[in-house]
Structure formats: structure tokens, C-alpha cells
Design a protein around this ligand. Sequence first.
Ligand code: PLP
Length: 374
Amino acid sequence: MRIPLVDLKTQYQGIKEEVMAEIGQALDGMQLFLGKNVQAVESNFASFCGTEFAIGVGSGTDALHIAIRALGIGPGDEVVTVAHTFIATVEAIVLAGARPVLVDIDPVTCNMDPAQVEKAITSRTRAIIPVHLYGHPADMDPILDLAGAYRLKVIEDACQAHGAEYRGRRTGSLGDIGCFSFYFTKNLGGYGEGGIITTSDPDIAKTCRMIRDHGQNAKYYHAVMAINGRLDEVQAAVLKVKLAYLDKWTEMRRDIASAYSARLPSSIIKPREMPWGKHVYHLYVVRTPERDQLKEWLESKGVSTGMHYPVPVHMQEAWRRYGGAECSLPVTEKTVKEILSLPIYPELTESEVGYICDSIIEFSESRIGLPIKR
Ligand SMILES: Cc1ncc(COP(=O)(O)O)c(C=O)c1O
């Protein structure tokens, strides 16, 4: 059996006619930027998250970069975030001219440890960017309390967490701004690049719209030097179709995660859903000190796996080049050596999940030399 980490072809076959019809209409209209599909995605996604506004942009990286700039954060400012994330979270801070300050994670959720944040706050700190990694929300209340106490802004990096919830509220609606990626492998992905910003603040929304479109407030009148960070109509046409399926796909991911968690042996640490959170399982990440051996074993059984991410930002070459400060992040450093992402996508079948679990049970049996009850 061969099981990929992600399979997008099967999903595409199921929605092909709808997608092609929408793309066809977008091309027939030849209004390819900031037209009715972008408007529809913006309004539908704002309702989905429970925010007043959503602003379609070119990628999740653009969303973060524009969000930081829209809050007036730049050179001389510091932004607190985590090193255990995709590099774009930190890149966006650097792109805006500010200085990233990296803190450690909670060992259970793998998200920002709120207890570490206060120690990282200085007189230059302007914002905190928690990342809802793997599709599980960060513990937002203590982060929002700190932001309130120190008058800081909160930008959620929800690039992996479309539809995830914190105490009944959806990610993207918890801080001042939410940032999402529509990269094609995400729970909601286009067939190219895309992203979106969510907020309920009309001024922030207006500024984000301006920054994504070369700082224009009217055609060829530019209020600020900005970027080309627009979402295009063809991607928006695809996203409009897919957004209608997202809740259903999320429930399918959650069922798969439950099946994994019920069958995997106790020697493997499984992802936990905290009582205050709803996980959307963008990734199903297990942990074991024998990660590399398990990865190799699964490859030999035809099962593809991933590592999200093998090298934390503070240990990347890019961090040194930017004069990054020395940081000691022991939980992050231990976690990255143990994490392994198993295949997860709505169309993964029960028998495939069974095969993956059986392969992991066999691995564990081979390590301990004893049979495990199935
Ligand atoms: C946590 C996180 N932040 C930011 C991004 C950047 O999104 P994009 O690839 O759309 O620029 C990603 C996407 O991979 C991500 O996973």
C-alpha cells in the first residue's frame, strides 16, 4: 500500500465540475483582480470566522506582513512569537523591519507558552504573534491578558487553523488581526497562492486593503509605499467553492484523528485536544524519541510522513544572518527531534488509517520485543 502525506487529487475529483465552472466564469468575465469572487470569499470567510471584515491577500506571508505594517509596527519595534513555526511567521516581522523575539512552547500543545511571553516583553515590544500550529489554538486568554496589561497588539497566525476554536470562538476572531494561508495543502487551499486577513476593526481593515494594493487609496494615488499583495479572482473562485465544504472536511479530519488516537499504541505520544480548544487537524503530529527510526519504518511500508518542522527558526542559518539573538528554547529543541506528521486528509480511508496504525504497532513491537494488544 502507498499512502501519501496529503492527497489533493481525490478531493479535486469530487468538486471538479463546480470548480471548473467557477474558474470558467471568472475567465469569461476577465475581471481577474479584486472582483466579485474576492468579495464573496472575503464576506463568506469573515462570517465563517465571526469577524466584521476579511481582506483577501496573496499568501499567508503577505497576510502576516500586511497585518504587522497595518498596526504601524516597523524599525525599532519588537514582536514576540515562537521559533517552532513555519519560517514565514518570523520572516513577516523581519520584512516589516521589526525585530522578532522568540519564546518557547508548551510541551503538550506545541504552541506559544504564555508563561514565557511576559519575560520577553521590553519597552520596545509592540505585538505578540501566537501561532495556532497544526490546527490547534494557542492558549489565548493569558496572551490577551498580557497584551491588555502591556498595551500590545495580538496578531494570530492562523495559517494552519481554519475553523479551529478557542473557548467556542473561531481563530482569527480572537486577537486584533487574524492571518490565514490558502496554500494548496492547507485545510482550505486554492490551486496556487492565497491568504486572508480577518479583523473587526474598520480602520485596520481599511489600512490592510490599502497596503495589499500598492498603498493606493484611489487609482494611481498612493498614500504609502506598500506591496502587491492581492488575492486573484481565479484563486478566489476556487476558494469560494471549497469554503462551502470546509466544515464537513474538518469533521472528516476530526474523525480520522479520533481513529488514529484510539488505535495507536501507548508508546507513541498522540496529539491532545485541550478542553478549551477545537482542533482542526491540519496535521496529525505524534511524538516519539525514536522518530527517525519510525519515519524510516513507515517509509519502508509505503507510508509517507513529514516533520513540521525539523529545524526551529532560531537554529536556521537565516536567523544568524539577520543577527538573531542567541536563544535557549529547550522545549522547542526537544520537540523538533520527536515530532512526526502522519498522513491526514478528509479522504483518507478507514482501512488506510488501520494500515498505518498496524504498521506503527509492528514498529513498537519490534522495539520492545513483545506483542501489543490490538
Ligand atoms: C504557521 C504558518 N505561518 C505562515 C505561513 C505562510 O503562508 P504562505 O505559505 O501562504 O505564505 C504558513 C504556511 O505554510 C504557516 O504554516
